[in-house]
Write a protein that binds this ligand. Structure first.
Ligand SMILES: [Zn+2]
Length: 395
């Protein structure tokens, strides 16, 4: 790393230390203030605790925007839901940064159908390994470049994430959403793991050599099609050996139960909601939630309005009360130690009141007004993620 990069890194960290976490307030910045997971918790304000979440699609968006310019934009402010200034403003401590391979043809038109009263989106065509691995390398290199300039730190332990919070550094987990970029002999898995990969979703909602994803349907449960292939079960075992978290969020029900049967790790759905409250095929039934609880796993509540609303519509005029409803149901069913957030920022339409990470104080305010005490706030905002990551990755 050259001297200029080192100096840029120091500046970025300094600005994290010294920036107020309040976005909708005229309060002046507090000199010397630092993100901290145990201290600085002031009841009835919007500042803390930091929110760490289970899913974002920043790397996809940045890869589309062009790598060089977008890395710079991340530190100064980009046209999207997550960047450094927005994280500082909203008290966003970091999360799972997904490496995602877009479908061909593009996904955008496909998702317009989610404005209908009911919909059944056809599964996209498979994406082959040579194409997928190239795109995955580009997105991984953006994350590595962000680390090089000091905008974030790629974390491989729960302790490192907590340490990032203490130091005022954005904490990132390298995650692959849909394993098309992994070859059947797992050479690429070893390479990505050595680059910091610690979380894999075997499929996105698209078939690959490891299994069958869940199509986007409403109303529908997720019991659609076969689950993991033999190679998919091998992938589960290899991820267990490498202590890579397995994400259940885009699996259909058969695939979910295949992972439940073969994985030795806690069951984790990084960005999924409650099927009983929103009958999307992407959401989890109470049976699935019970299995997650039994494994001492975790669910990250997805902000995507199509997975929150009882009518399944992509309508961003959606009250935060619905987020609280999903949280309450999850707390009842899987317990207050096994629920957190999985925003889907930069990958989904989300409620207007939390349209970017800078608006996260609105979510904390809603949670406090709903009666969640500070201990529960801490758990839901980040402590539960740290707990399940430590259980999955080891201390
Ligand atoms: Zn997703």
């Amino acid at each position: 790393m050259d001297a200029q990069l080192l100096s840029e890194r120091s500046e970025i960290r300094l600005s994290l230390y010294n920036t107020s976490l309040v976005s909708h307030s005229s309060a002046s910045p507090e000199p010397g203030f630092r993100f901290n997971i145990t201290r600085n918790v002031t009841p009835m304000n919007d500042k803390l605790p930091l929110i760490f979440d289970g899913h974002n699609d920043v790397l996809l968006r940045m890869s589309r925007a062009g790598e060089a310019g977008s890395v710079e934009a991340f530190t100064k402010g980009r046209n999207g839901a997550i960047d450094l200034p927005k994280s500082q403003a909203g008290g966003f401590g970091g999360g799972f940064f997904a490496i995602y391979i877009p479908s061909v043809p593009g996904d955008i038109d496909r998702f317009d159908a989610m404005n209908e009263a009911s919909y059944d989106l056809p599964l996209p065509d498979p994406v082959e390994f040579p194409q997928a691995t190239k795109i995955a390398q580009i997105q991984a290199s953006i994350l590595i470049r962000l680390q090089e300039i000091g905008a974030l730190e790629i974390c491989t332990s729960s302790r490192q994430i907590a340490d990032c919070f203490e130091r005022g550094v954005l904490a990132a987990i390298m995650h692959i959403e849909g394993a098309e970029a992994i070859d059947e002999d797992f050479h690429a898995l070893d390479l990505f793991h050595s680059a910091g990969l610690r979380s894999v979703g075997p499929v996105w909602s698209r078939p690959n050599c490891f299994g069958h994803g869940v199509p986007f349907r409403f109303p529908s449960d997720g019991d659609i099609g076969p689950g993991l292939t033999g190679k998919g079960i091998e992938l589960v075992r290899r991820c267990n050996e490498l202590k890579i978290l397995l994400d259940l969020s885009h699996l259909n029900e058969a695939g979910f139960w295949d992972v439940a049967k073969h994985s030795t790790a806690p069951l984790v759905a990084t960005h999924s909601n409650v099927h009983k409250l929103c009958a999307s095929s992407r959401n989890l039934t109470d049976n699935q939630l019970s299995a997650i609880a039994e494994s001492d796993g975790m669910v990250g509540v997805n902000f995507a309005v199509a997975f929150l609303r009882s009518d399944g519509q992509k309508n961003v005029k959606t009250s935060l009360d619905l987020v609280l409803k999903h949280l309450d149901h999850l707390i009842d069913l899987v317990g207050e130690d096994r629920v957190g957030f999985g925003s889907d920022y930069d990958g989904a339409d989300v409620p207007v009141d939390i349209s970017t990470a800078a608006e996260l104080p609105n979510l904390r305010t809603a949670m406090r007004s709903h009666g969640y005490d500070e201990a529960l706030m801490d758990k839901l905002c980040h402590k539960n993620w740290l707990r399940v990551l430590e259980k999955t990755w080891g201390a």
